[in-house]
Ligand binder design. Structure first.
Ligand code: NAP
Length: 256
């Protein structure tokens, strides 16, 4: 819990998203002044519209914004533009640091959205403000969308993905903790993941069962995906020293 003297003004991009909405709530509970940033709040991190005004007086920026597309080129364009804009406008506003949410294992993959996240981290690290990186496992809340992208004619064609799924709330706690660190260590990476390893096919089956969905599940390496082996071999799993936090997917689903 923050005292009034160490409370900060913190701008949160992606403030209405899966993880950003929890970040806003947690920071407010801890006594910080929060500036929520999203297009629906009139601020665009890609075009820069409204950004200078939103960041005025902010000490810390927590960046959880993402565009809607998982396509490598579109996501890279989003993240490099937003990273440059946040560094420029943040420095002009006198901010002290940027905390960004990224994904565990991104540098072990060859392409796709992971490569766009690598570009985001690198572009942020080229800017004037120090950057603190929190790499998270896939969120429990993301499974529905991830699986939905693979469904064709009643069949979910799932990649062999080993992951240690985590609740967005636990990731948000870790981001809030990073924003409150007294020392700012540029480039430091913390990993946060759930309590146990899961297979995407197993959690998809649990999700379908909980909803009474009758989709067939076919798990396999997608032909032509250069990252299929990496996913199957555990490249998305956390490294030793990662912060592990519940609930498990099963517990989260039961409570949802
Ligand atoms: N989902 C996962 O499993 C997962 C796992 C690890 C890391 N991450 C990372 O966590 C971050 C957030 O993911 P999420 O799943 O929470 O995202 P999300 O639910 O899709 O939310 C995206 C947020 O970004 C905002 N946004 C989109 N375009 C914007 C723009 N041009 N300017 C300002 N705000 C914009 C959206 O609000 P508006 O639409 O109103 O603008 C929304 O608040 C991403 O960087 C992602 O890579 C996600």
């Amino acid at each position: 819990m923050q005292t009034e003297s160490n409370s900060q003004r913190i701008a949160v991009t992606g403030a209405t998203g899966r993880v950003g909405s929890h970040v806003v709530e947690i920071l407010e509970q801890r006594g910080h002044a929060v500036v929520p940033i999203a297009r629906s709040k009139g601020v665009d991190v890609v075009s820069g519209e409204g950004l200078d005004e939103a960041l005025a007086g902010a000490e810390t920026i927590i960046d959880t914004a993402t565009g809607p597309s998982p396509d490598q080129e579109e996501a890279t364009a989003f993240f490099t533009a937003s990273a440059r804009n946040l560094q420029r406008a943040g420095a002009a506003a006198g901010a002290k640091r940027i905390v960004v949410v990224s994904i565990i294992g991104i540098d072990k993959f060859q392409g796709g959205y992971n490569a766009a996240k690598v570009a985001q981290e690198q572009t942020l690290l080229e800017g004037p403000l120090p950057v603190r990186i929190v790499r998270a496992a896939q969120f429990h809340e993301f499974v529905d969308q991830l699986v939905g992208w693979t469904i064709q004619d009643g069949v979910a064609y799932l990649p062999e993905l080993r992951t240690q799924l985590v609740a967005a709330r636990a990731v948000a706690e870790t981001l809030a903790d990073a924003a409150e660190e007294p020392e700012i260590e540029n480039g430091k990476i913390t990993e946060v993941a759930g309590p146990r390893e899961e297979r995407l096919a197993d959690v998809a089956a649990a999700l379908f069962a909980s909803r009474g969905d009758s989709f067939e599940i076919r798990e396999g390496r997608q032909p032509g995906d250069p990252d299929a082996a990496a996913y199957a071999e555990g490249a998305a799993l956390p490294n030793p020293g990662a912060k592990l936090a519940g609930p498990s997917f099963e517990e989260w689903l039961a409570a949802a």
